[in-house]
Design a protein around this ligand. Structure first.
Ligand SMILES: [Zn+2]
Length: 294
């Protein structure tokens, strides 16, 4: 499933490819892609609109339109936004945005979990408020972790407010921090030497500072390497990323920890496969036992 670095890679590429193009038509062969609106309503709203920008918010690709609206695309498991790519398997093309110059942006999605919505662009940047009515796709998205406002102090305040949560599921909560998924949470926790099951409120200030740095390190590395291709992810030009070659612990159960050489362990946390080094990232129970001995 694409996370922040994969979606950022796609958005940056599409910015070069589709900004200033004017939409001539929209079509969809999969009714749930634009639910609750029918594709015909989407087509009417998009026809004649010029794309003024492409960006990422959380794990969503956002196309800003010249009327103040934005087309928001959730790739979910297998969604791909492809522009100028030859040999696309027609069976999996669920939607197509045609441009007045004869080119097209196609949405391919084998498993059909991807979704699109047209929203007021201003709502995407709003600070989340619990009482705001739920918007399609992007209800209450949290802090962007690569923006200036994501500071160690901000993270400390989040961990204080959510002190009873286990740290890894908290990092995956899109209402808290937007864009981090399983892979980058695992890599960041390894770098920060924090066990995935630690209670958020138990982290010391130096650990929070390490985690803050590690989150940005993992995400920036992913962007630099064009994202991680496991199973389905390809970028807007149909190419795989390189991050999967550079994982420190993700998918490396039994292999030596790059820091201490001891074998990486695979566990399940909050229903998600998780990897960590039991030596560098001490479990909460073992930490308590050590503290008890002191
Ligand atoms: Zn280790």
């Amino acid at each position: 499933m694409p996370e922040l670095p994969e979606v950022e890679t796609i958005a940056r590429q599409l910015r070069e490819l589709v900004v200033d193009r004017t939409i001539s038509d929209f079509s969809s062969s999969w009714v749930r892609l634009t639910e609750p609106e029918p594709a015909s309503v989407f087509a009417a709203r998009l026809r004649g609109r010029t794309i003024t920008g492409v960006r990422r918010r959380g794990k969503f690709v956002v196309f800003d339109l010249d009327d103040g609206d934005a087309l928001v695309v959730s790739l979910r498991m297998t969604g791909k936004l492809l522009y100028g790519v030859d040999g696309v398997d027609e069976r999996y093309v669920r939607g197509e945005i045609a441009f007045t110059d004869g080119t097209a942006l196609r949405f391919s999605d084998t498993r059909k979990f991807g979704r699109m919505a047209i929203v007021d662009a201003a709502t995407l940047d709003a600070v989340p408020e619990p009482r705001r009515p739920r918007m399609p796709l992007h209800s209450s998205l949290g802090q962007e972790p690569l923006e200036r406002r994501f500071t160690a102090a901000w993270l400390r305040e989040l961990l204080r407010r959510r002190s009873r949560a286990a740290i890894k599921p908290l990092l995956l909560d899109q209402r808290a921090i937007a864009g981090i998924g399983n892979i980058y949470a695992i890599e960041a926790l390894w770098r920060a030497r924090i066990h995935p099951l630690r209670q958020a409120g138990s982290l010391r200030i130096d650990e929070i500072e390490r985690l803050h740095e590690a989150i940005k390190w993992a995400l920036r590395k992913g962007i630099r390497l064009g994202g991680a291709s496991r199973r389905d992810y390809v970028d807007a030009r149909g190419r795989e990323g390189r991050m999967q070659r550079e994982f420190q612990v993700y998918g490396r159960a039994g292999e030596p920890c790059p820091r201490c050489g001891r074998p990486i362990l695979r566990t399940v946390v909050g229903g998600r496969g998780t990897f960590h080094c039991p030596h560098c990232q001490r479990s909460p129970a073992r930490r308590r036992a050590r503290q008890g001995r002191r």
